[in-house]
Design a protein around this ligand. Structure first.
Ligand SMILES: Cc1ncc(COP(=O)(O)O)c(C=O)c1O
Length: 407
């Protein structure tokens, strides 16, 4: 499958997935492709078993309340999950503290609540290293602050935030703490109880090694969430209103059982490989990439001086070049896939000063990248930077000739 493509877009989605994940998705859907929780025959019950076992397994994985695994609810992805939890926690007049590191899947729901429903919001900036200072979160709290929402790992600059410290502050102030783990779940250990996280929002298709089309929330027992949607649940059909009990309170319609199978197999793969080992391997490659890119004079790197508390996601630019052009050259000339532009996180680029130049070039290393691929990326950027320099010096030579002659 696309053998020669060098894929450095794992922050968009981890790819490829482990073989065992593809196999289990296929096998499970063939053998158990019936609707769970709707009917009483054995196969439907067995299918529902996997869903319930996955709730328990992922509740444990996130360090949630194991005696309340029905509060591990599934949706389509983390965007869907955040669109359930943000309005589910916030009412008119409530204040939200969030950060400049957020993805649009937080920025936009928050902004809609502010513009359309009378909520208030504060966006806390990050420091020069790309980290949010927990004291800045504390300073942003107001008497009406209801929730703090933080992106655990930046999808643009790769920094991993000190969520345990933020959780402690939220707990002290009685504020609900929500963490977007899109980039960290499966790569950074998360323990909700130890880190005082009240709600984890996750997506299945990145480092959790599941598939697209599944994500969800893990909600601690003490958190009250308003229901904002309604529909079929497969149980108590006579009820004219949606059920209040979990998981139905936040689940609607037929679940994505192929995604459930994928997440299950992804959990197996993570257990076999160990998330610390996967992370250590990726960070080793990221260090190699950063060291190589640093040798190129016209390359500018962002927030990766040290790769402590960092994902293997590296943002760079080549002086004088549009990041989109660099991405096209990497793709067309070198068969290297990166993501360029604003990465759905415009506030990061505004703060870095890269908004004007149309963002940056993001290399995101995944579990299946190799040293040879990193070497190829460094060589490619070296050549592109050299080409850009030559082009600039040719322009420098030609421009004076084009200047209007003085009369
Ligand atoms: C930090 C963060 N939040 C949210 C998302 C949205 O993820 P999804 O498209 O799976 O909903 C992403 C995707 O890149 C992300 O990196």
């Amino acid at each position: 499958m696309e053998k020669s493509l060098i894929y450095f877009d794992n922050a968009a989605t981890a790819w490829p997935k482990p073989e065992s994940v593809y196999r289990f998705m296929d096998e499970f859907y063939r053998s158990h492709g019936v609707n769970p929780g709707r009917s009483g025959y054995d196969l439907a019950i067995e299918t529902g078993e996997l869903l319930d076992r996955l709730r328990k397994r992922m509740t444990k994985f996130f360090g949630g309340d194991e005696d309340a695994s029905d509060r591990l609810v599934f949706g389509y992805n983390v965007t869907d999950a955040l669109n359930l939890i943000i309005p589910g926690l916030i009412s008119a007049g409530d204040h939200i503290v969030t950060t400049n590191l957020e993805h649009n899947s937080v920025i936009r729901p928050v902004n809609h609540l502010v513009r359309d429903h009378g909520a208030q919001a504060t966006f806390v900036p990050f420091n020069a290293g790309g980290f949010i200072d927990p004291d800045d979160i504390a300073r942003a709290l107001r008497p009406n602050t209801r929730v703090v929402i933080v992106n655990h790992g930046s999808n643009v600059i790769g920094t991993v935030q000190p969520v345990a410290e933020m959780g402690r502050i939220c707990r002290e102030h009685g504020v609900t703490f929500v963490v977007d783990t899109a980039q960290t779940a499966g790569i950074v250990p998360i323990n909700m109880k130890e880190m005082n996280i009240d709600v984890v929002a996750f997506t299945g298709h990145k480092a959790l090694m599941g598939s697209m089309g599944i994500g969800g929330l893990c909600i601690r027992k003490h958190v009250e969430v308003k229901r904002t949607r309604s529909g079929g649940t497969g149980v108590r059909s006579i009820n004219p209103y949606h059920l209040d009990e979990y998981p139905w309170r936040l689940e609607y319609g037929t679940p994505n059982m192929v995604g459930v199978a994928a997440l299950w197999a992804g959990q197996d793969w993570l257990e076999e490989n160990g998330i610390e080992n996967v992370h250590a391997r990726e960070i080793k490659l990221a260090r190699k990439l950063v060291a190589g890119l640093r040798q190129i004079e016209s390359v500018r790197l962002y927030c990766c001086d040290s790769l402590e508390n960092h994902l293997s996601t590296i943002l760079m630019n080549i002086e004088g070049m549009d990041p989109g052009d660099v991405g096209v050259m990497l793709d067309v000339d070198y068969n290297i896939a990166t993501r360029t532009g604003l990465h759905c996180a415009p506030l990061v680029h505004t703060q870095l000063g890269t908004m004007e130049g149309d963002g940056g070039v993001r290399f995101s290393i995944g579990a299946f990248n190799t040293e040879a691929e990193v070497d190829a990326a460094i060589a490619a950027v070296t050549e592109i930077a050299r080409w850009a320099q030559k082009r600039a010096s040719r322009f420098d030579a030609v421009l004076p000739l084009m200047a209007p002659k003085s009369q």
